[in-house]
Structures are given as structure tokens and as C-alpha cells.
Design a protein around this ligand. Structure first.
Ligand SMILES: [Ca+2]
Length: 428
């Protein structure tokens, strides 16, 4: 290369680098929307045997060997993949309320639909759902039915709500009418205060525990400095919250005796929790958190624990900058280590344990929808350690938003592209 062309090469390289930085930093929606990895470090995956084949974007090392890049595993059982529905919006949450019949939320239109898995049929929108703010990542989010739904017909919904001072994550409940046409007497039972004038990181997953109480997840609203409120016990941002069906704090919660802390808080230091489920054998609550660029986490939630965000992270800012001087290790700083993290970004969303014997080799595996990564991650867990990862439906080009396992043992996956997939043992 001559001297002139070399300097020209340098000039254009710098220009491309600067432009790519600008592209990365333009919008925090990039936490889940961007696939840009132009800041990628050059390190390649170590041996080609891990499920992850893309280079890392950070320099961080795991706290223990099984914390990232688990060995690739492959499902040996033959399975069928069907598209049950298409042309929908972003189906953010799903719940099987009767055998093979799902309640499905539509994030942007705020509609609640019934999808029949046997008849490939989608209902008209159910009337009586709440007003939502559907800007950015907001809208109608998760859906769950009360444990006594057969009698009470109670349906719980999370959504982003307009209130004075901005928006917040809200939880409400209503009664599904016998004709399934409307949700009656809908009322808000919990608001994750404080409100904030932004449209990112609402969290919003809900799940019932065995006592009939609810775990609700929130996000930390993304922006710096509001995200620091994830560490504050006087704010419901970046938390797992444990409340009754009336929105009251559960009386065994860890900070009930602490005058300065909110009673509903169960755990804190979270970023944006998009998946929750109980491990079928241990009963532990496993959550899935969006990291920043890389550093998406799988955590086991224990009461009173601090998971470290935004003080520590295995990820970096989308600008490429380090977060808080780039401390990745959690335990050394007094926080709980994630059981697993992804680098590069997966943007892991809705998740569900496989608690069924229809596909025996999947039992007790955790399935996680990937947005940026466009796959369903199957994670194999032994003694709380991730010992294998598989990536399903990688050729579909879909952003997988939520995952559900039916009573029949089918894996249902909803995508941002408006599809609902059913994956089941071949010939079932
Ligand atoms: Ca963490």
C-alpha cells in the first residue's frame, strides 16, 4: 500500500468507525432493537463448541466457567414446527386459560385476543381492557389468570400507564365474561412508582406463586440517571415485586420491617426483567434480564438480594463506553452473580420451563425467546448451573417475544413479526 492510499484508508476507517458509533448511540431502544455490533472486540469464540459462535463484544471474563457460552447441545427428539397464527402485532404475553386456548396480549394495539391452537383461530378483541401508553416499549404487556380462574374468571394484565409525571408499569385485574367478549370491572391494583417521562424498560412480567400471590417484574426506565433507582429501596424501578391479588405487599416480604424501604420489594438491582418462571423441581424463581450491550442475565431470585445493576454488569453501553468503570464481577462487590450471561447481546425475552414429559429430554430445561438474537434458547440446567445451550428456529428470522409450554407439552412462541409458532413432538 502506498503512503497516500494508506492515509486514505485510515481516514475512511476512522470515518466508518465514527459513523458506526453514532449509529449505535442514537437511541436507547437499541437495548432490544439494535443488531449493530460494530464495536465488537476481535476475540473469537474459544473452541467452536459453545452454542455462541459470534465474537464477544466485551473484555470481561466470567466469574466461573459455566457462567457464559455453554456447550452446544442438540435436541434428538423429532419435532414439528407449525405456524398457528400470523398477521398479528407484537404478542407480548400469553397464557393458556383452557386446554389449547390462549389469552394473548397485543402490545401496541392494547388488544387482548383468544388464540385457539387446535383450530388456528384468533378471536375478536376482548372489550374492557385498560388504556395504555403504547409508545416505545410500552403497551399492553403480560397476562396471567388467577389460580382459581375456573371459579373467579379473574384475568391479570400488566401495561404501561399514563399518569401525572410520565408513565409507569401498572398491574390490574378484571373478570372475563362467560361469553368471553369482555373483561368486566377492570381495576388497577398496583402502580410501580415513581412515574418517569420515558418509554423504555417497563419490565412487566407476572407469575403466581403457590400461595396465590403475584410476582411482578419492573425495569429501571433505562436512562441515566433514572436507572440508578434500581438500587434504591424507595422506588419500584428495577425490582421484583411480591404482592397479593389486591396489590398489597405480601407480609413475609424482606423489607417489611425496614421503615425506609417499600414493602412490596422482593429483590432489587435489576435492569429490565422480561422473563419469569419457577424451576419445576427446585421451585426457585428464575428471571431473564436484558443487559445493556451484552451482559443479558439469567438470575435466581431470592428475597432481599441485590443483583447489582447499574453498579456492575457483564455488558457495556451501546456507545461502547464502560458502565461504572467496567466492573463485571458481582460477588466481589457484594452482589449476586448471574447464573448465566450472554455476550454478545441476545436480548432474552419471555421464558418458560419445560415441565412436561411429551419431549422427555426437554424436562426442566428453560426456553427463552431471543429478540436481537432471533432464536429460541434452550438452556439445560444441572444444580443451578447451565451445562448446555441450544438455539432453535434460527432460520425463521423472527424476534421471539414470549414462550409458553402448554398442558400438552407443546412449546408456543410468539414473535414481533406477528406469528405464533407451535413446536411439538413429531406426529403428536
Ligand atoms: Ca446483574
Amino acid at each position: 500500500m502506498t503512503k497516500v492510499s494508506w492515509s486514505r484508508f485510515l481516514f475512511f476507517s476512522m470515518l466508518i468507525f465514527i459513523l458506526s458509533l453514532a449509529a449505535c448511540g442514537n437511541d436507547e431502544t437499541s437495548t432490544e432493537e439494535s443488531t449493530d455490533d460494530s464495536n465488537a472486540a476481535t476475540e473469537q469464540s474459544a473452541d467452536g463448541e459453545s452454542a455462541e459462535t459470534e465474537p464477544k463484544v466485551t473484555e470481561f471474563e466470567p466469574a466461573f466457567p459455566e457462567q457464559t457460552r455453554a456447550p452446544a447441545v442438540v435436541t434428538e427428539t423429532e419435532y414439528d414446527v407449525e405456524v398457528i397464527a400470523e398477521g398479528l402485532g407484537v404478542s407480548w404475553g400469553m397464557e393458556e386459560f383452557e386446554p389449547n386456548r390462549l389469552l394473548v396480549t397485543q402490545r401496541d394495539s392494547a388488544e387482548l385476543l383468544i388464540v385457539n391452537l387446535n383450530e388456528f383461530a384468533v378471536s375478536e378483541p376482548i372489550e374492557g381492557t385498560p388504556e395504555v401508553n403504547s409508545e416505545g416499549q410500552g403497551g399492553l404487556l403480560d397476562v396471567a389468570i388467577a389460580p382459581d380462574f375456573d371459579e373467579s374468571r379473574l384475568v391479570f394484565l400488566t401495561f404501561s400507564q399514563d399518569v401525572e409525571g410520565g408513565t409507569l408499569t401498572a398491574l390490574g385485574k378484571g373478570v372475563l365474561s362467560e361469553d368471553e367478549a369482555s373483561l368486566e370491572d377492570f381495576e388497577v391494583i398496583f402502580q410501580a412508582e415513581p412515574a418517569y417521562d420515558g418509554d423504555l424498560h417497563y419490565g412487566g412480567r407476572i407469575i403466581f406463586d403457590e400461595e396465590g400471590n403475584l410476582f411482578l417484574t419492573t425495569g429501571e426506565r433505562s436512562d441515566d440517571p433514572i436507572r440508578e433507582r434500581a438500587q434504591d429501596l424507595d422506588a419500584y424501578l428495577g425490582k421484583v415485586i411480591h404482592i397479593t391479588q389486591d396489590g398489597e405487599a405480601v407480609d413475609t416480604n424482606p423489607f417489611i420491617e425496614d421503615e425506609d424501604a417499600l414493602d412490596g420489594i422482593y429483590s432489587y438491582g435489576h435492569r429490565n426483567i422480561q422473563g419469569v418462571d419457577f424451576h419445576p423441581e427446585t421451585g426457585d424463581l428464575w428471571i431473564v434480564e436484558f443487559g445493556p450491550q451484552a451482559g443479558d442475565e439469567l438470575n435466581i431470585v431470592e428475597p432481599g438480594n441485590n443483583y447489582g445493576w447499574p453498579i456492575v454488569s457483564y455488558g457495556i453501553e451501546y456507545t461502547g463506553e464502560l458502565i461504572n468503570d467496567g466492573i463485571s464481577e458481582h460477588e466481589a462487590q457484594g452482589f449476586i452473580e448471574p447464573r448465566y450471561y450472554w455476550d454478545p447481546t441476545s436480548a432474552p425475552s419471555g421464558s418458560s420451563f419445560y415441565d412436561n414429559d411429551a419431549i422427555p429430554e426437554w424436562e426442566n430445561n428453560l426456553f427463552i425467546g431471543g429478540l436481537v438474537s432471533s432464536y429460541i434458547a434452550r438452556v439445560v440446567i444441572e444444580d443451578d448451573t447451565i451445562v448446555g445451550e441450544e438455539r432453535l428456529l434460527t432460520d425463521e428470522g423472527e424476534r421471539f417475544r414470549d414462550i409458553l409450554v402448554t398442558e400438552d407439552g407443546a412449546l408456543i412462541a410468539a414473535t414481533d413479526g406477528g406469528k405464533i409458532y407451535k413446536i411439538s413432538a413429531a406426529g403428536e
